[in-house]
Every structure is written in structure tokens, then in C-alpha cells.
Ligand binder design. Structure first.
Ligand code: SAM
Length: 272
């Protein structure tokens, strides 16, 4: 038995792209293989793919030495096609029929896992923040985002893209943009450029309550990013916190390094 081509498979199953589900499909096997390779050495690993859709990237993941691939798809129209694909994967491809936003980790292979995904852009940021909250469960992520979002994840202090997402992501992980992809690579093409970010969680991770403290600090600091920190951090004890952290109260959020945010989060955490 040979696997039908991706295009034939999409046609046979009548899977036209739905805008509401952020569906922009990758049909080029070469590009899918490059994205799968950004997942690093998958030998014996458990990989999660969010939103396999018609399975272009899933096919590339099946061709890696990964032990297990959990493909999490919300669109029931894609399930029969994915079930068919699973028939060619020697039991290594598991179709998880769930919303990735409320994904139950018990349905996945053993941690630490990798994530490789061409994410649905409408839920990409909440998905990433959810994974960062549990960063110890993940060994590496290779994730396609809208280009501006990838820039915000990897931004350096002092730049306009630097904000809450950069601090949360870079506090927990090493982040870099590995591949920029033009709209024409997708069917249908989105209006924006895309990029794959590689996110490698640090060996040491903050405990959940400290992560929550960092979420509060960054929400306050960047919620009013043009204001001085003594004013934007008022609701969480601004002046005292800044003096304990030895940070000038007249500075603005975008000038603070990740290490300075880490000091603020640790002190705010200890204060509660
Ligand atoms: N991986 C495919 C590819 O590269 O061609 C499709 C990528 S498409 C950008 C995003 C996929 O995520 C779609 O298949 C869509 O149905 C799925 N999706 C959207 N929201 C989802 C959610 N909340 N949970 C799981 N899958 C979702």
C-alpha cells in the first residue's frame, strides 16, 4: 500500500481550509522536512504536533526517528485523513482529538517531550504561555508563528518588540528565530509573513507560584509601558519593590533586562 500524495489526500477528504481555525496548510514536503529538523534530534523522543490538519508536517515527523508522535487536532473533518496516515506510521502516530488549549497531558507520550508545530495563529500566544508555565515538561519546541509574534518572543531589551512575551519566554528558555517563511509557502497564503522559533527550556525552571509572580510583574510593567516603573508597578508595591531590587524607579519597563525582571518577580513572590 502506498500513501496517497498530500494533495490527493486533501482532495479525497474534502478538507478545504477554514479561516476560523487558522488553517493555512504547508504542502511542500521539503519545507516540512526543514521544520521537522528544527525539532532537533528526535531519536527515541516523544513529539507533540499541534494542529496537524492535512498532515504535511506530520508526514515529515513520521520520517524522523521519533518514538511517538501525538498529533492534536480540533477539526473533526481532518480526523479520518489523519487516521489513514496513522495506518502508515507503525503505531507511532497517535491522533489526539482535543482542543490544544485544554489539552490533557495524560493523553500524550512521556515527558520531557518536544513540540513541533505550524501553530494556529489565533491561539498561538496563549498556547506558548501555557507551555512556558510547565516548561520542565518540554525539552525543545520548534514553533511556527506569525513573524511579528516570533520577533516579540525573541526581542532584546530596548527594542519596540520587547515586552511581556519576551520576558516570560526568555526567562524560561533560550529563544531564537530559525527560519522566516513567506505567505506563498502556505495554502491559502496568510496576509502576514511567518517564522519558526526554536525555544529550548533552561534546565532550571521557576516553580509555578514564581511564574505567576512574573506574570503579574510583567502585566503591570508592560500594561503601561510608557510610564515610569514607580507608577506602572504601583498596584504591586512599586517604590518598595524597585528599591529592594536596586532598580531606578524612573526607568521604563522596556529598558529592564530579563535578570532585572527576575529580581522583581522573586521579591514580589517573597512579599506575598
Ligand atoms: N500542520 C498543518 C500544516 O502545517 O499544513 C496545519 C497548520 S494550520 C496553520 C493550524 C492547524 O491547527 C489546523 O489544522 C487547525 O484545524 C488546527 N487548530 C486550530 N485551533 C486548534 C486548537 N485549539 N487545538 C488543536 N488544533 C487546532
Amino acid at each position: 500500500m502506498t500513501l496517497p500524495s498530500l494533495k490527493d489526500s486533501i482532495q479525497q477528504h474534502g478538507l478545504d481550509a477554514k479561516k476560523a481555525l487558522g488553517q493555512h496548510f504547508l504542502l511542500d514536503p521539503g519545507l516540512c522536512a526543514r521544520i521537522a529538523a528544527l525539532g532537533g534530534d528526535l531519536t527515541g523522543r516523544s513529539v507533540v504536533e499541534i494542529g496537524p490538519g492535512p498532515g504535511g508536517l506530520t508526514r515529515a515527523l513520521i520520517n524522523t526517528p521519533a518514538d511517538r508522535i501525538d498529533a492534536v487536532e480540533i477539526d473533526e473533518r481532518a480526523w479520518p485523513l489523519l487516521d489513514e496516515l496513522a495506518g502508515y506510521a507503525n503505531g507511532r502516530l497517535h491522533i489526539v482529538r482535543q482542543d490544544a488549549l485544554t489539552l490533557d497531558a495524560a493523553s500524550l507520550g512521556p515527558a520531557p517531550r518536544q513540540i513541533v508545530a505550524n501553530l494556529p495563529y489565533n491561539v498561538a500566544t496563549p498556547l506558548l504561555i501555557g507551555w512556558l508555565r510547565q516548561a520542565a515538561s518540554w525539552e525543545r519546541m520548534a514553533l511556527m508563528f506569525q513573524f511579528e509574534v516570533a520577533e516579540r518572543i525573541c526581542a532584546a531589551p530596548g527594542t519596540s518588540a520587547y515586552g511581556r512575551l519576551a520576558v516570560l519566554a526568555q526567562w524560561c528558555a533560550q529563544c531564537s528565530i530559525a527560519l522566516k517563511i513567506p505567505p506563498g509557502a502556505f495554502s491559502p497564503p496568510p496576509k502576514v509573513h511567518s517564522a519558526v522559533a526554536v525555544i529550548i527550556p533552561h534546565a532550571e525552571q521557576p516553580e509555578p507560584s514564581l511564574f505567576k509572580a512574573m506574570e503579574r510583574v510583567t502585566a503591570a510593567a508592560f500594561g503601561q509601558r510608557r510610564k515610569m516603573l514607580r507608577s506602572s508597578l504601583k498596584s504591586i508595591g512599586g517604590e518598595k519593590l524597585l528599591s529592594q531590587a536596586e532598580i531606578e524607579p524612573t526607568r521604563r519597563a522596556e529598558t529592564l533586562s530579563i535578570a532585572e525582571f527576575a529580581r522583581l518577580a522573586t521579591l514580589h513572590h517573597a512579599d506575598r
